[in-house]
Design a protein around this ligand. Structure first.
Ligand code: NAG
Ligand code: NAG
Ligand code: NAG
Ligand code: NAG
Ligand code: NAG
Ligand code: NAG
Ligand code: NAG
Ligand code: NAG
Ligand code: NAG
Ligand code: NAG
Length: 766
């Protein structure tokens, strides 16, 4: 009977997206290349350029203690087709109504006319009880869309995948490979993340959740040829309220992985009104800081015979001697009270740590604070259950707790402003979510938790840094503008490859969150350190920190800082001179990792790119921390389509500015010999005037020699170039130009006006 139904499937409608794509101006035909074919039983195919990339598998919904599956006991009762429009644009939507036992569930497919976007929506019209059935937390209690996992071969070769999985912004267990039942190897369930499919030609699909980010999972049911990948409400949920609905998105781009993520992110940020206001004003993102977290010298370590209070003050005295302008201090988990199982009992300073109190330390340092926090223990003093003032869910089964009270967050963060809190670091986000039963059994508690935290931060003018965050929290931040930054890899360990954030930065950047590298040492040897390690690649550490657009955070021992190296980040008052977007791995790096021998133009190692926009001009940076063999990169491969705007571009390596070459798709740059201890940084710079030929190389002692934090305007009139600069009173800078291939360096010293105008022709600066 079921078989019969499958065999008699009719081609009911074909929705082919046909109009031009308006959001992503780089590819007007993107919507044309994506077809969704729907059948009258609710099954579907997603085609790219006429070839099927994704085929639906059995959809299912749990209710009443069992699973109702398509073609078995899930009864299709209605099909409804509408043309509609929303803030994204006009669309065609087909809604299938099913009876899953007592539950009425709608499964809708919405295809936008002019955007390469497909939505899948599940709505539990009258809710569902006893949905947990046999699902442990990492499965799902519903599946729509469900995809068959089977190998697909396009004209280019097999489809590959990149999946963000695990914590640290999906970096921890990110996976690459061929999309097939044997090779798909992802972390599914509560630590799942966006998945990308590609064939190396540029065609790319991104599949992810699109709403209720804290309530959904994916589930990879590995079963040979019958393997499936399902999206739905997370497996721990036992009750779904009436009207509850969840969305998933499939987004297509013809322009490769970076562009697909940018387009996908732009769409979702627009949908949720994500704003970068908090990022622009975030002191801990804009200025140099000092850190005491895991990997730093003073992580649960103090100077011999001293308290933490004195150690912190001594760090700042030492920094003052070296003119290192730290602008905030990160206080890690060592200062507050722990309770059962190491969770937080009370987020107050311990008197043995700060004998005169946190406010005293704050007053003495004169610096704002970045305060670390972890998960709550079940004996936390704040919970009413333990005699406190606030509503918490307290679990003696897990030994943990979660606040469920806006006032708690409001008070916690307001109280912390007394010791200068400007950024709240919520660490252990995976542990709090994964290990508190209520957070994965209650369908909306996760959302409540993070929303309350975000609102309290916004009310108090505080930003939030996420650490150990699975992808779900990162996507939830689309709704929480105060979340500005996220750790994009493991905790810092001197000498280890913790700096490899080029791939996770693609995801963070798409969500409008700044990826951060964590602390670093500025000199190789920090005697007596608790890790028994050295850091041979200090230049690399600093460059990655700056190019992330995130924190530049030093964790040195007193007496062991390299001020020359540190100051490559910043101006004289610690303002970070940064690029316009986080540096991200080029598509070729990801194609190579995923497709291996099936892709012939890849690069083994790390090649990341970013750009800088200053007063209408654009400059590129190709950062190569580590590479094997030779790689030829063009502006297109570098993702520089948007910076090649008519002007002729030249490229040079930072250490070798006399050797300049033209850079265009016809004149690629050949890269080789870049290693971790001597990473390469190639600067791409426009020819400003032709006769003489003037190029601005900028402030070559900095990682980013031309940045909006230093250069406010570049005036090119005829053959005359004037550069408007800003800086700190009495700060001196050297700006380098190439004039008809001669290297000319002009020095400027800022006065109290903090500005200077550099005249290239006159070789003056005043
Ligand atoms: C869920 O349980 C409630 C309370 O027993 C009941 O009123 C409701 O009809 C049930 N809903 C479904 C869809 O089974
Ligand atoms: C669920 O997934 C998490 C994160 O990947 C993992 O740590 C945990 O062991 C899994 N739980 C079960 C019950 O499989
Ligand atoms: C899946 O990935 C994990 C983590 O990278 C690895 O340890 C394991 O061997 C892989 N399994 C397969 C079947 O490739
Ligand atoms: C910190 O400084 C504030 C303002 O100057 C002052 O009111 C307060 O008493 C000081 N607190 C401590 C503990 O030094
Ligand atoms: C916390 O949980 C542990 C075990 O999970 C339990 O032994 C203890 O009594 C609980 N404490 C409180 C205050 O609930
Ligand atoms: C905030 O401070 C007030 C006044 O000291 C105190 O009563 C309250 O418990 C504190 N709340 C939190 C969450 O820190
Ligand atoms: C410190 O970082 C290392 C490396 O990332 C990690 O293995 C270790 O678990 C971390 N320690 C803590 C307490 O987080
Ligand atoms: C520290 O590292 C060195 C070199 O790797 C090793 O020889 C030594 O045994 C280590 N010391 C300790 C205390 O682990
Ligand atoms: C400090 O850093 C600079 C810039 O990277 C480097 O040239 C210098 O050798 C370093 N000094 C020491 C003592 O390592
Ligand atoms: C000059 O640059 C080109 C391209 O960047 C490179 O192939 C060549 O090796 C460089 N020559 C020197 C002397 O560094």
């Amino acid at each position: 009977m079921n078989l019969c139904l499958i065999l008699t499937v009719l081609l009911l409608l074909v929705i082919a997206v046909s109009q031009h794509d308006a959001v992503n101006t780089y590819s007007p035909s993107d919507a044309d290349n994506l077809d969704v074919i729907l059948f009258n039983d609710g099954s579907f195919k997603i085609n790219v350029r006429g070839q099927t990339w994704l085929t639906s598998a059995n959809m299912f919904f749990n209710s009443n203690g069992r699973t109702y599956a398509q073609w078995r006991d899930l009864i299709l009762s209605n099909i409804d087709k509408i043309n509609g429009y929303d803030t994204t644009g006009t669309y065609k939507q087909t809604t299938y109504t099913f009876e899953a036992g007592p539950s009425k569930v709608n499964a809708a497919v919405r295809v936008y006319d002019a955007h390469p976007i497909v939505y899948f929506t599940q709505t539990f019209e009258n809710g569902a009880n006893r949905t947990k059935a046999a699902s442990p937390i990492n499965k799902t209690i519903s599946g729509f869309p469900s995809f068959q996992v089977k190998g697909v071969t396009t004209a280019q070769g097999p489809l590959g995948y990149l999946a963000y999985c695990g914590y640290h912004t999906g970096d921890k267990s990110k996976a690459f490979g061929i999309f097939s039942p044997t090779e798909l190897n992802i972390t599914d369930g509560i630590e799942f993340g966006p998945i990308t499919l590609f064939d190396g030609s540029g065609d790319t699909l991104v599949i992810s959740s699109a709403s209720k980010f804290m309530s959904v999972n994916n589930w990879f049911n590995k079963d040979g040829d019958k393997s499936t990948l399902s999206y739905g409400i997370m497996g721990g949920v036992d009750n779904v309220p009436a009207g509850f609905s969840v969305d998933f998105i499939v987004y297509y781009s013809s322009q490769g992985i970076n562009q697909a993520y940018e387009g996908w992110g732009e769409h979702l940020r627009g949908l949720y009104g994500r704003s970068d206001e908090f990022i622009r004003n975030d002191l801990t993102l804009n200025y140099l800081g000092y850190e005491t977290d895991n990997g730093s010298y003073y992580y649960y370590v103090v100077e011999s015979g001293k308290t933490y209070q004195d150690t912190i003050l001594d760090v700042l005295d030492y920094a003052k001697q070296l003119l290192i302008p730290y602008r905030y201090i990160q206080y890690d988990s060592w200062w507050y009270f722990k309770g059962f199982g190491g969770g937080v009992k009370s987020w107050e300073a311990r008197p043995d740590i700060f004998p005169d109190g946190f406010q005293y330390v704050h007053n003495k340092t004169g610096l704002p604070s970045l305060g670390h926090n972890r998960w709550w223990s079940n004996d936390t003093v704040y919970a009413k259950q333990n005699g406190g003032q606030y509503n918490f869910i307290v679990e003696s089964t897990t030994g943990k707790a979660v606040p469920n009270d806006q006032k708690f967050w409001d008070d916690l963060l307001e109280n912390a402003t007394s010791w200068g809190l400007v950024t709240y670091e919520q660490d252990w986000l995976n542990v709090e979510f994964d290990k508190v039963d209520a957070l994965h059994s209650d369908v909306s508690l996760g959302d409540t938790w993070l929303t309350q935290m975000g609102k309290a931060a916004a009310k108090n003018g505080i930003t939030i840094e996420y650490c150990m965050s699975p992808s779900r929290h990162i996507m939830h931040a689309l709704q929480t503008n105060a979340v500005t930054q996220t750790h994009a890899s493991n905790d810092y360990i001197p000498g280890k490859d913790q700096w490899e954030i080029g791939v996770s930065s693609i995801f963070a950047y798409a969500m409008g969150i700044v990826p951060i590298k964590d602390a670093m040492w500025s000199s190789t040897i920090q005697p007596g350190n608790r890790y028994n390690k050295t850091e041979p690649n200090t230049e690399l550490q600093l460059a990655v920190s700056v190019l992330s657009t995130g924190a530049v955070a030093i964790g040195d021992r007193i007496g062991y800082s390299n001020a020359t190296l540190i100051m490559r980040c910043c101006n004289a008052e610690g303002l970070i001179l940064k690029p316009s977007k986080p540096a991200t791995a080029v598509d070729d790096q990801i194609y190579q990792t995923a497709l291996g021998g099936h892709y012939s133009n890849g690069v083994e190692g790390h090649v990341w790119t970013t750009y800088i926009e200053v007063g209408g001009l654009k400059f590129g940076i190709i950062f190569v921390p580590d590479i094997y063999g030779v790689y030829s990169i063009t502006p297109t491969k570098a993702g520089f389509r948007n910076i090649m705007t008519g002007k002729q571009m030249m490229v040079f390596e930072a250490r070798d500015m006399r050797n300049m070459s033209a850079f265009s798709d016809q004149a690629p740059l050949r890269i080789s010999g870049c290693i971790k201890s001597k990473p390469c940084t190639y600067h791409v710079t426009p020819v400003l005037t032709q006769n003489p030929s003037i190029l601005m190389l900028g402030e070559l002692t900095k990682v980013v020699p031309v940045s909006p934090q230093r250069v406010t305007k570049i005036d090119v009139t005829g053959n005359d170039v004037k550069v408007y600069l800003k800086g700190v009173p009495s700060e001196g800078v050297y700006f380098t130009f190439s004039i008809d291939s001669n290297i000319v360096t002009i020095s400027c010293t800022f006065g109290n006006s903090r500005t200077a105008v550099l005249d290239v022709t006159a070789k003056t600066c005043q």
